[in-house]
Design a protein around this ligand. Sequence first.
Ligand SMILES: Cc1cc2nc3c(=O)[nH]c(=O)nc-3n(C[C@H](O)[C@H](O)[C@H](O)COP(=O)(O)OP(=O)(O)OC[C@H]3O[C@@H](n4cnc5c(N)ncnc54)[C@H](O)[C@@H]3O)c2cc1C
Length: 378
Amino acid sequence: MIQQTVRKFVQKELMPLEPEVLRNEREGKPGISREKKKELQKKAADLGFWGINTPKEYGGADLGQVMQAVLTIEISKTFVPFFFGGYADNILYYCNEEQKKRYLIPTLNGERISCFALTEPGAGSDTRRIKMSAEKRGNEWVLNGEKIFITNGNEADFAMVFAVTDKEKKGHGGVTCFLVDRDMGWRSEYIHTMGEWGPASLIFDNVRVPEENVLGELHGGYQLGLEWIGFHRWLVGARAVGSAERVLQMAIDHSKQRITFGRPLADRQAIQWQIADSAVEIEAAKWLVFNAAWTLDQGEDNRHLASMAKLFGANMGNRVIDRVLQIHGGMGYTKELPIERWYREARLWRIYDGTDEIQRMIIARNLLKGHVKLGDLV
Ligand SMILES: Cc1cc2nc3c(=O)[nH]c(=O)nc-3n(C[C@H](O)[C@H](O)[C@H](O)COP(=O)(O)OP(=O)(O)OC[C@H]3O[C@@H](n4cnc5c(N)ncnc54)[C@H](O)[C@@H]3O)c2cc1C
């Protein structure tokens, strides 16, 4: 029932905006404005979609991870940049009572925008190499350094910034997460990418942060960083499933209409096999995503499954979109159709939240070290 309700919402409220989103993005503007996003979030809230996994004490629906997967798949059937209201980064729940008032609650209410700033020019996959320094001066910390590729970094009102507070230890035990308002002095620079929206570099030049803005424990930031990444990882697989389902349907429809050499493309085995392989791979990715979600709902460690769902889902999405583009021929390559847009977006899925190679490293390490035994997976 929930799936059908959100599917209707996507078809009625989001998909009609697609031409406008493409037009705006091609003019270098955001696909939809902040106001429009809020208006859509309000409409979704009226249907009960607010705070999908936000605890009930904050007014959320707390629907669990399987439902999160269902909803992410559905809203990924459109490229209209939308997410449900009442959401805040998982690590913001580590805010103390005072911080909650300034950061968690306004983020849940859509009044403030956050960004997660871990990656640096010299430290991407290997996060232990971060160099951003935080030095204690009186009751303040002074931050210096640069972050790169930060999603929402251009729009954010505050950043969750990871900095080295104990040079001896770095990584585990030597990194702290700070809540840093933009008006404390950091600035952002837009990074142009092959996608329709760009992340930002964040520059910290002697930015003074009050000591009460430490999020969680002093020197406990690395763990928070991993928790944030872990939360989003398998959802990349869900995004890929929804997008792949949408574009595969476009290929199915097109193959039935397009005549070559006297017969529709759909009659050709070469085309049928691409459709069949894509459908099987989508289904496989979907079950990896649901297994990762369900395992988390059981309160179990889902990291191994999350890496599998992310790795397979991201690659599946790229393969399916590529096939769909091929089935559309020259038209698939044009900007008349949105396939090329999906093609460019999908490439990112294999990079952020841990690259393909990092997921393989994690999966292999778990097996080689015996953390996970083949056949024992839930
Ligand atoms: C659009 C976008 C948005 C992003 N959003 C955020 C964000 O909001 N916050 C944030 O903190 N970061 C963000 N990132 C950063 C992202 O997580 C990193 O780009 C990613 O983790 C890879 O790091 P890197 O780019 O430094 O590549 P590198 O770590 O330099 O890796 C380069 C290549 O080498 C491979 N590689 C690295 N180490 C190994 C190894 N040991 N064995 C085999 N191969 C290896 C990698 O897989 C990759 O293919 C974003 C990135 C992009 C592009």
